[in-house]
Ligand binder design. Structure first.
Ligand SMILES: *[C@@H]1O[C@H](CO)[C@@H](O)[C@H](O)[C@H]1NC(C)=O
Ligand SMILES: *[C@@H]1O[C@H](CO)[C@@H](O)[C@H](O)[C@H]1NC(C)=O
Ligand SMILES: *[C@@H]1O[C@H](CO)[C@@H](O)[C@H](O)[C@H]1NC(C)=O
Ligand SMILES: *[C@@H]1O[C@H](CO)[C@@H](O)[C@H](O)[C@H]1NC(C)=O
Ligand SMILES: *[C@@H]1O[C@H](CO)[C@@H](O)[C@H](O)[C@H]1NC(C)=O
Ligand SMILES: *[C@@H]1O[C@H](CO)[C@@H](O)[C@H](O)[C@H]1NC(C)=O
Ligand SMILES: *[C@@H]1O[C@H](CO)[C@@H](O)[C@H](O)[C@H]1NC(C)=O
Ligand SMILES: *[C@@H]1O[C@H](CO)[C@@H](O)[C@H](O)[C@H]1NC(C)=O
Ligand SMILES: *[C@@H]1O[C@H](CO)[C@@H](O)[C@H](O)[C@H]1NC(C)=O
Length: 479
């Protein structure tokens, strides 16, 4: 259901080709059995689950016509990592930039993409995407600094998998019967929504693997036996080549890595993802946290079991250097201090909070309030006392300081921007006290992990104002 129409236009003397890529997505329930032990209903698109990939080229307009035919659930789509520059009303989070798409209703996402790289798209209705509405979104780049450095691309998704449906699980998770807030433990890990994936490779070639953790909860260690990886992209930002034996991906993080195959085709090699069990309060003995795939040089040769490792030593993403060399942004104009704390509220259930405020979705999406309240839009209180609103001025430099007062690892994602990751403390460093020296060319990405009882500082420029059409749109008179 993909159509592509192209127009050629001349832009500042350069010949540019901008296409419109259109997807018609009919979202319905289908069934799937990705781990081979449990058939269950999942949310699919056009009768397909796992759902289709979205691909486009830098500069393209992407139009996604969503028809919600789930019957018993509302939905929305978010395009993770895309800045939606000027079109924040197309970003997808329910309660922030739009209302849910109710059953039977169509919503059209329509935006241009001016950034290359590896992204993913997923439902942004609370707690919904792990039930199937999650898939890769790849923006190809004719001007990639790594064009010519590899022969072929392979997309690889990693995810955790549950047997129970999320609405039921979330009810048990946030409840008086789970006062410690222990997160539901996945039943399995998956590659490309399956297991025992075989990837045919040819000798003496370089492949670029675009690796996406589109899981609900589990971070994943990833490695390839007998092969080294050269990291070249994180979350849409090209990096100087960095050699890694193992990488660590929190939910929502992406890496592109170059892998050069051997000249010898006599053996096949396992690649493995292993869920970070530090995240699980109590995992059942029966849980296999690992999923295996193989680089297959010879289909008639055996698929060796991966060796068991004693310890995980992943590459430290804080050390990556963007190829564009963007220097440290100037000192901030504004600080957003956020203390992460899990707390038990009056109902006995455990909630995550920023600054002791657990999020409550506003009845009116935040963006709609901003666009309809005139001068009052500058008053954070209008967005709801439990939405933790901070009002920024255009082009301010902002430091988000995340102090993790919880013994768990937590990934943070910023919509509409990437950020310079300028501080990441070790475990148990406590709150940020401001004595760090910042990198001169900081690593940038859109999802970053804070360590247990540690802190991170994320710096960005507030340069993505909404340019929505006049709001509310003119409403035709009732007849
Ligand atoms: C959407 O999919 C459902 C289930 O396959 C089908 O009944 C319905 O006709 C489809 N609608 C459209 C507009 O394609
Ligand atoms: C993958 O292989 C393992 C080991 O043989 C097996 O236990 C598992 O069920 C397989 N997974 C699937 C989805 O077939
Ligand atoms: C919605 O329908 C699907 C498919 O029949 C079912 O599996 C699911 O449990 C239902 N969800 C709710 C919240 O009733
Ligand atoms: C998408 O937006 C562009 C720019 O506003 C507009 O010209 C085009 O008609 C829209 N396409 C759809 C399918 O709504
Ligand atoms: C994952 O699945 C996609 C879609 O089938 C395929 O194009 C890709 O090559 C697979 N990735 C690997 C590493 O095998
Ligand atoms: C594979 O063969 C090519 C061409 O002969 C050579 O340049 C390369 O170094 C060899 N690679 C390895 C890993 O030995
Ligand atoms: C999963 O892989 C890790 C790393 O190799 C290993 O330590 C662990 O024993 C494996 N677990 C299972 C159940 O195979
Ligand atoms: C900052 O201060 C803390 C607490 O005194 C200390 O542990 C840490 O090493 C200091 N960091 C730097 C970069 O000096
Ligand atoms: C959005 O576009 C404006 C105008 O081109 C640019 O100045 C700004 O940096 C962009 N912001 C993002 C987040 O891409």
């Amino acid at each position: 259901m993909l159509s592509r129409s192209s127009i050629i236009f001349v832009c500042f003397g350069m010949l540019a080709r901008a296409a419109t890529v259109t997807y018609d997505f009919n979202i319905t329930w289908v069934t799937a059995n990705p781990d081979g032990v449990f058939i269950r209903p999942v949310m699919g698109i056009n009768g397909q689950g796992p759902i289709p990939y979205i691909t486009a080229t830098v500069g393209d307009r992407v139009v996604v016509n969503v028809l919600n035919q789930l019957g018993n659930a509302s939905t929305s789509l978010h395009f993770h990592g895309l800045y939606m520059n000027g079109t924040s009303h197309m970003d997808g989070p329910v309660g922030v930039t739009q209302c849910s798409i109710p059953p039977g209703i169509t919503f059209t996402y329509n935006f241009t993409v001016d950034q290359p790289g590896t992204y993913w798209y997923h439902s942004h209705e609370p707690g919904q995407y792990p039930d199937g509405l999650r898939g890769p979104m790849i923006i190809t780049d004719p001007n990639s600094p790594y064009r010519g450095s590899y022969d072929e691309e392979r997309i690889l998704t990693i995810s955790d998998w549950y047997h129970e449906q999320f609405p039921t699980m979330v009810k048990k998770f946030i409840s008086v019967s789970n006062p410690t807030g222990a997160e539901p433990v996945p039943k399995a890990a998956l590659f490309n929504d399956t297991q025992n994936l075989t990837t045919l490779v040819q000798p003496g070639k370089t492949y670029m693997f675009r690796i996406i953790n589109m899981g609900a909860f589990a971070s994943q260690y990833f490695w390839i036996e007998g092969h080294n990886m050269q990291i070249v992209e994180v979350d849409g930002i090209y990096t100087q080549e960095a050699a890694a034996d193992m990488i660590y991906l929190t939910a929502a993080q992406r890496y592109s890595v170059l892998v050069t195959t051997k000249n010898d085709t006599s053996a096949n090699f396992a690649y493995v993802a292993s869920m970070d069990e530090d995240l699980f309060d109590k995992a059942p003995r029966s849980l296999n946290p690992n999923v295996t795939g193989w680089l297959v040089y010879d289909s008639s040769a055996n698929l060796p079991k991966p060796a068991l490792l004693d310890a995980f030593e992943p590459f430290d993403d804080f050390t990556l250097v963007p190829t564009d060399g963007e220097p440290l942004l100037p000192d901030p104009d504004y600080y957003v201090p956020l203390t992460v704390l899990m707390m038990n509220l009056g109902d006995g259930a455990n909630y995550a909070s920023f600054n002791s405020i657990p999020y409550t979705m506003p009845k009116v999406p935040t963006l709609y309030s901003a666009l309809t309240t005139g001068e009052e839009a500058n008053n954070p209180a209008i967005y709801g006392t439990n939405s933790n609103a901070f009002v920024l001025e255009k082009n301010q430099i902002v430091d988000i300081i995340v102090n993790n007062n919880d013994p768990g690892k937590h990934p943070f994602h910023l919509h509409g921007h990437n950020f310079q990751a300028i501080v990441r403390s070790d475990d148990d460093a406590g709150n940020y006290i401001g004595n760090e020296t910042f990198p001169t060319i900081p690593m940038r990405r859109d999802t970053f992990m804070v360590r247990p009882n540690g802190n991170i500082v994320l710096r960005f420029r507030a340069d993505n104002p909404d340019k929505s059409p006049p709001f509310p749109p003119s409403i035709p008179p009732l007849s």
